[in-house]
Write a protein that binds this ligand. Sequence first.
Ligand SMILES: [Fe+2]
Length: 280
Amino acid sequence: MKTTDKIRRSGLPIPFPDAPFLTRVFSPAGPATPCVTESRGARVISIPGRYSVTQIVEGPRALVLADVGSVSDIPLVERAAEWVGKPVGLVVPTHLHFDHIMGVDEAARRFGAAVALGELANTLVDEERKPRPPIFKTLKHFFVPWFWQGLPLFSREDIPGGLAFGFPWSRNPFTMRGPLLQTGKPVPMLEGWVTLHTPGHTDESICIYHPRSGFLVAGDTVRNYQGGEWNPIITDHAMYRDTIFRLLPLPVRAVFPGHGPVLTGERLLGRLRPFDSGAA
Ligand SMILES: [Fe+2]
């Protein structure tokens, strides 16, 4: 991996399907595009999937996948991993919503990798507890963006196995369990990346962060349907406020959101669409 100080963005020399028509025409921020983003020793390959974006984070000897929303996304991720030329070692769900995890266990199985959960997600899965759902009135922020995302229907490959993951009734029975991602500690297999617990969108949400480059793989803590916004779908307003106050001082230069294109720029988090704290 080359070390560059500037943020470099490039495409991937692999054919990808076009973004859905509705996304290309209606989504204010436009579609997420397959791309490679690198700076200061960090490299992330973004692969737009059926329901969310898989972010492939490159380590010295292995790759870590942040989210695999659909089993049908796995062939694209396989092609990208082949292009990089490193094995997939870990699959990391940023939180336990269906659109981020229906392909996680199957991806781990096919790659011979392990699923690494954040501390709270690990407890919820171990104790077969259902995660707390989002506040009902904030779910209105799901529907228009789902249209912007192309109104994806469930892939046949995601039924029935995938429906055990990420829904209100799901107990998320991951079978390929691996190391725990401890808050504030290094992410296994990566160099210089740490796990941050970022509750608010969900209780168990995590981000992974590379301080040297200012790269933040954000899951659904930040989304980019409208130019970059704190996710308005919220499980706990007070926790989300606290998360945002903790994140804002970080010198983030690139955000890899679970939905929408990669965001880059200096002091990036301060420029996101504001969190609607008045909705509590
Ligand atoms: Fe989510």
